[in-house]
Design a protein around this ligand. Sequence first.
Ligand SMILES: NC(=O)c1ccc[n+]([C@@H]2O[C@H](COP(=O)([O-])OP(=O)(O)OC[C@H]3O[C@@H](n4cnc5c(N)ncnc54)[C@H](O)[C@@H]3O)[C@@H](O)[C@H]2O)c1
Length: 273
Amino acid sequence: MVKMLEKFLEGKGALITGGASGFGKGFGFAYAKRGADVILVDINEEKLERTTAEIKKETGRTVIPIKCDVAESDQVQSMAKQAFSELDNIFILNNNAGIGVPYGPDLLRLKEKDWDMQFNINLRGQWLVSKYISKRMKKQTFEPLAGKIIHTASIAGMIVDNKIPAYSLCKMGVIGMVKLLAQSLAPKITVNAISPGYHVTGVYNDSEEAMLMTMEDGHVKTPLNRLGTVDDIVQVSLFLASPLSNFITGANIPVDGGIAKAGVPAYYIKTDI
Ligand SMILES: NC(=O)c1ccc[n+]([C@@H]2O[C@H](COP(=O)([O-])OP(=O)(O)OC[C@H]3O[C@@H](n4cnc5c(N)ncnc54)[C@H](O)[C@@H]3O)[C@@H](O)[C@H]2O)c1
C-alpha cells in the first residue's frame, strides 16, 4: 500500500486554483512528487510563473500555469477549455483560490462592495470552477472514480465570526456546496472540503506575526498547542486525492489543531498560541 502511494498519481492530471502560493503551491509540489502532471491556476501572474518554475525544477513533471480570475465566468470557461487541451485528464481538482480579509465591521455595517467582492471570489469562484471542470471530468473513464474534487473551506465556515462576516458566510456556503456537488456528481466523482485553521500563508502576508495578532485579537487558543503549517493541509489533501479516501464524499474535514471540534480545555494555561 505504501509503495502504491509513492506514485499514486502517475498518469493523472491535477488542477489547482490559487496554485501560485500558500496551500495551492503545497498541493502542486505534493502531487507532482507523486507523479501527477499539474496545472496551476492563479490571478497573480508573477507568482504563478515563479511557482511553476520551482515545481518543474524540483520534480521534473509537466507543470502548466494558467492565468485566470476565478470570479469571472468567461475566464473560468476558457481556463477549463485550455486545461483539457493541455492534459488529457484532470483527475484531481483542488478548488482552493480565495482571499482573506482583515477583521472589520460586523454584518450590518459591512459595505455591499465588500460583500460582493468576497462572495464573487470565495463562493461564486469555487462554484464556477467546479461547474466547468466537472463537465469533462465526469466523462473520464478511470475506475472506480472518474475524478476527485477538493475544496478549501475554513473553520470560519464552521464557527461564524462576526468580525469577518462575509468570509464566514462564503465558507459556510462552500461547506454546503460541497454536499450539493457530492450529490450531483455521485457516483463518479467524490467532492470534499478541507477547513484549515490558522496557517501562515499569503492571506496573512506570509507573516507569522500578523497571524499571531489575528489569533490574539480573536482570543483563539489551539488545543494541539502549535501553529498550523501548509504541510498539515497538504497531507490531508493527499489523503483525499488518494484511493485511501474513495468511500468519502460530501465531507468537510477541519484541519485546525482542534479549534472547531475539540474546543479549548478549561484548564488551558499553556503558551499564548
Ligand atoms: N491560511 C489560512 O490560515 C487559511 C485558513 C482558512 C482557509 N484558508 C483558505 O485557503 C485558501 C488558500 O489560501 P492560502 O491561505 O493558501 O493563501 P494565499 O494567499 O497564499 O493563496 C491564495 C491564492 O489564491 C490566489 N487568488 C486570489 N484571488 C484569486 C482569483 N480571483 N482568481 C484566481 N486566483 C486567486 C492568490 O493570488 C493566491 O496565490 C483560500 O481559499 C483561503 O480562504 C486559509
